[in-house]
Design a protein around this ligand. Structure first.
Ligand code: AMP
Length: 204
């Protein structure tokens, strides 16, 4: 059943969409999440941004994840579950959200499902933005965060293939997967996003 159909308030803000953006590091998920967020009036929740903020603030969480992030590895699932549970409990997430960078492992996908089930909710869609690997490395080097050596960038890609790619099949089996070609100009990718989410503004 279409999530949200039972609540008239959902007519606002694009039906309180709950969408996961999936795809390799550098595919442009963050950019698309920001554009969709502005258009739909729902928050883009980036776990990477949240963790970077924690590192910058020098919080306990930040100290725990700093080295892991710098090495291009994944923060453990239990810690991420706490981070995401807290974030999704905030009032702004009640109007829907775009998740960018979570889930990244099968256990995380199950955690998210559990969090949603507790309030009788489910995801509306998982949008997979894909880009060829050499282009991803090129983009990441261009973006150039201070700690982005080619070695760390390649490690992130490796971790993605090993831990995150299995989520594609997981969500495809659940009928949630939508695939977008991310190797295109940003505005074309955005148009495809809107179209695939049934938000009008399709491409000709
Ligand atoms: P991102 O900006 O999404 O590429 O995330 C930057 C880094 O934060 C990743 O390379 C991981 O070290 C960490 N991170 C972000 N989200 C997650 C997650 N869902 N699970 C584990 N680690 C994460």
């Amino acid at each position: 059943m279409a999530a949200g159909a039972e609540n008239p308030q959902n007519a606002e803000n694009g039906r309180r969409l709950k969408v996961v953006l999936l795809g390799p590091p550098g595919a442009g998920k963050g950019t698309q999440a920001q554009l969709l967020s502005a258009r739909l009036g729902i928050p883009a929740i980036s776990t990477g941004d949240m963790l970077r903020e924690a590192v910058a603030a020098g919080s306990e969480l930040g100290r725990r994840v700093e080295g892991i992030m710098a090495a291009g590895k994944l923060v453990d699932d239990a810690l991420m579950a706490e981070v995401v549970r807290d974030r999704l409990a905030k009032p702004d997430a009640g109007s829907g959200y775009l998740l960018d960078g979570y889930p990244r492992t099968l256990p995380q996908a199950k955690t998210l499902e559990g969090i949603l089930e507790e309030s009788g909710q489910q995801l509306d869609a998982v949008v997979m933005v894909d880009v060829p690997v050499d282009e991803l490395v090129r983009r990441s080097l261009l973006r150039g965060r201070a700690d982005d050596t080619e070695e760390v960038i390649r490690e992130r890609q490796r971790v993605y293939r090993e831990k995150t790619e299995p989520l594609i099949g997981y969500y495809r089996e659940r009928g949630l997967l939508r695939e977008i070609d991310g190797h295109r100009p940003v505005d074309e990718v955005t148009a495809h996003m809107f179209a695939t989410l049934g938000l009008g503004e399709g491409v000709d």
